[in-house]
Design a protein around this ligand. Structure first.
Ligand code: NDP
Length: 284
């Protein structure tokens, strides 16, 4: 039986620490970290993520601004908004909720965000820092996974880590963070041959694909640590990850549930980045 990694509890502890730091920053320096979140269109999942981010900001005592814009907004209007937020002194972090509706250039917008306010760590300058290992901000989801490993006393050093999924927001930066911690890393994707065989070699198996039931018990080495980043709906509409929990859980040593695993960590890492940005901006 695997030990469950409780992302909700670990995220709660991180948020508590952040709240304490915010409170002393406010008392001692009169500084309140500020986050601006931009949501375009009516994607229901994005609306929930943004609402959760707003709630999390309130919980830790951040100042926050939410910009909810219609699908009809133009690229120019969005770019103007980013320029305004870049200059706003009470805003330390800017986040544009993805995906943006078709017709809008997501990359161009991210590239306009001032790197010292890019709390998602998607700006090419920050991506470069992550490659070099000298970062201010870590990409939220991979950073959340690292925090879960740390909280579970799993040290990646010398371990075989296999990551399934190579997106810019999860798989690739995840590989970098594990590499910085001296894991031996393999990245798999849709063209990988013999996925099961590669996964069987993993001491740490991380899946970020978006396919229900992709990882089954026979693909997992006994005693492996299994981290499920995927967020999917099963045939009954219930939230689930990429891992077939029923067959994998008996083989793993540690496993994250979905929901309640990686998801809550992503938000607390966003708060951590915003706090780091506020420190940077106030010269602390
Ligand atoms: P993307 O769609 O950008 O990337 C998916 C990756 O999976 C791609 O690299 C793709 O390969 C690979 N892939 C697809 N099919 C297979 C397959 N059969 N075998 C192996 N690899 C495959 O997704 P994201 O990285 O944005 O998100 C991945 C999942 O994580 C989603 O479910 C998303 O909802 C979830 N997510 C969860 C977060 C959280 O906070 N918990 C945050 C962000 C995402 P290729 O490159 O070849 O196409």
């Amino acid at each position: 039986m695997a030990q469950l990694i409780d992302g909700k509890a670990i995220s709660g502890a991180v948020k508590e620490q952040i709240a304490q730091q915010v409170s002393s920053m406010q008392e001692e320096q009169g500084i309140t970290p500020g986050l601006a979140v931009v949501l375009v269109g009516e994607d229901p999942a994005s609306a929930i993520y943004v609402k959760n981010k707003e709630k999390a900001c309130e919980e830790v005592g951040f100042y926050s601004e939410m910009y909810t814009l219609p699908t009809s907004v133009t690229q120019q209007e969005l770019e103007d908004l980013i320029h305004t937020l870049n200059e706003k002194e009470d805003i330390d972090g800017i986040l544009v909720q993805k995906p943006l509706p078709k017709g809008l250039d997501e990359k161009a917008l991210v590239n306009l965000i001032r790197p010292d306010k890019d709390v998602d760590a998607f700006h090419p300058e920050n991506v470069g820092h992550i490659m070099q290992g000298d970062f201010h901000f870590l990409p939220c989801t991979p950073a959340g996974v690292m925090e879960l490993l740390r909280a579970s006393d799993v040290n990646p050093q010398g371990k075989r880590a296999v990551i399934v999924g190579r997106s810019d927001i999860v798989g690739k930066p995840m590989a970098m963070l594990l590499l910085h911690q001296n894991a031996t890393v393999t990245i798999c994707h849709s063209k990988t041959q013999n996925l099961a065989e590669v996964c069987q070699e993993a001491d740490i198996l991380i899946t970020a694909v978006g396919k229900t039931g992709l990882i089954t018990g026979d693909m997992v080495k006994p005693g492996a640590v299994v981290i499920d980043v995927g967020i999917n709906r099963d045939a009954k509409g219930k939230l689930c990850g990429d891992v077939d929990f029923k067959s994998v859980e008996p083989k793993a040593s540690y496993i994250t549930p979905v929901p309640g695993g990686v998801g809550p960590m992503t938000i607390s890492m966003l708060l951590k980045n915003t706090l780091a940005a506020a420190r940077l901006h106030s010269g602390l």
